[in-house]
Design a protein around this ligand. Structure first.
Ligand SMILES: [Zn+2]
Length: 445
């Protein structure tokens, strides 16, 4: 019986494949923002063949091959799949890290991390930098997605955080460094395992020699280094040893970056030979905290349940039952007013900002974080929407060293494309519910 069914299924499959005259998809009619930053193409056509973009143009000058599968993008904004340069797939919005780290590691590889990656994808995030997780699990989930075994955003993973000393109970995903040689050894170990990037935190607790050794060894292994900028000395040391990207606006509730740091930043951005100085300010979690606290309906949006068992969902819900009582956000109301000042200081100094969210932190779900970061930049801080979109497409791909394959809508690149009804340059928050998600030519939404 089983054999008959599978034979039938096979026949049906081969019939379908045969009946499909072409594998070309044509996205037709939408307003195309290609990621490079110039005026959008109205009434655009994108032809996708297999995993790649075959042609990009205007309806007048780009013929659609007969038999192509036509997907109307009429009335839509069409843009490259978004990137989120700061996510944590090993966490899912639960408010108690100690408890989470004790309870869920056995589920990371099969359940938690795949669910996070899938939620990102359905939110239009086709690529993400996953900054801090257990080594084997990070690599395994990334590879399973790349092989097409499970759906998810393409992940670029750091594996374990590199820091002075792991916090008790976090040794599986935080590696301590106690000498320059130890730092080099740990980085080589990560490089051999195949990570895409090195993540450093609390570097102000390392000696400068240890930190320098970590960064130098990473660069020798063709890996870029991402580092926290929570405390003034983390930034000073990071600029001194040549970190490739800073994370968070940092400096707690202090009103602005001190002059000496801004002087160092300007000194660095003035050196064109070093390329841009990149920074992921990750502001939305902090900026929107009070709003979420007072409008809890947002937390009931079930997009973040995707891929999670009921027991885990209930556990997370229970941990965030009282958003006003969470210690994680105690100081947030005092930090909030400083965010715009700090962002403007960085922009004025010539830093290139990238979109990253810290997605996965308490109450910040992978299904909802990324669009909120763009929304705060544009609608609260007055940043140009095209700048924000490029910070979530063009620049991240360039930073990651994969700009020849993704990041813009260009013939020859992978078809990582999203579309949403309406004009995102006028209403960036439309990105909260994308209508179409295509990754590597395959339609997921
Ligand atoms: Zn983070």
């Amino acid at each position: 019986m089983n054999r008959t069914i599978s034979t039938l299924a096979l026949l049906l499959l081969s019939f379908c494949a045969f009946a499909q005259p072409s594998t070309i998809k044509a996205l037709v009619g939408g307003t195309l923002i290609d990621g490079f930053g110039s005026d959008p193409i109205k009434n655009s056509v994108i032809l996708i063949e297999g995993e790649k973009i075959k042609a990009v143009g205007h309806m007048d000058d780009t013929p659609i091959p007969p038999g192509a599968e036509i997907i109307s993008t009429e009335g839509m904004s069409v843009l490259p799949g978004l990137w989120d340069m700061h996510v944590h797939t090993m966490i899912n919005g639960h408010a108690d890290y100690d408890y989470w780290d004790k309870t869920y590691p056995p589920l990371f590889r099969e359940v938690i991390m795949p669910a996070s990656a899938h939620q990102l994808l359905m939110a239009g995030v086709t690529s993400a930098r996953d900054l801090g997780g257990p080594l084997e699990e990070s690599i395994a989930v990334r590879d399973a997605i790349n092989k097409g075994d499970i759906p998810g955003a393409t992940l670029y993973v750091s594996g374990p955080f590199i820091q002075h000393k792991p916090y008790p109970g976090t040794e599986a995903f935080r590696w301590g460094v106690d000498s320059p040689e130890d730092g080099r050894k740990k980085v080589r170990q990560l490089a051999r395992a195949g990570v895409d990037v090195i993540k450093v935190v609390d570097q102000d607790q390392m000696t400068l020699e240890e930190f320098r050794a970590v960064v130098d060894e990473a660069h020798k292994n063709n890996l870029k280094v991402v580092a926290h900028s929570h405390r003034p000395n983390e930034i000073r040391m990071g600029l001194t040893v040549g970190v490739d990207c800073f994370e968070h606006t940092g400096l707690s509730s202090a009103p602005r970056y001190p002059d000496d740091i801004m002087e160092m930043v300007r000194e660095r951005t003035a050196q064109m030979n070093l390329g841009p100085l990149f920074w992921c300010p990750t502001v939305e979690g902090l900026y929107n905290y009070e709003y979420v606290r007072d409008n809890r309906e947002k937390l009931d949006n079930d997009s973040w349940h995707l891929g999670l068992p009921d027991s885990v969902i209930a556990d997370i819900q229970n941990s965030i039952k009282h958003p006003d009582r969470l210690p994680y956000f105690q100081l947030t109301p005092s930090r909030k007013p400083t965010l715009e000042t700090k962002i403007n200081q960085l922009l004025d100094a010539g830093v290139v900002l990238m979109v990253g969210t810290d997605s996965g932190i308490p109450m910040k779900f992978h299904s909802q974080s990324t669009w909120n970061e763009l929304d705060v930049w544009v609608n609260e801080f007055g940043i140009d929407p095209m700048y924000a979109i490029r910070s979530a497409t063009y620049w991240p791909a360039l930073w990651m060293g994969v700009a020849d394959a993704v990041g813009t809508i260009t013939p020859g690149k992978y078809a990582d494309i999203i579309a949403v009804d309406g004009d995102v340059l006028r209403y960036i928050s439309l990105l909260q519910d994308v209508d179409l998600v295509i990754k590597h030519g395959k339609r997921y939404k």
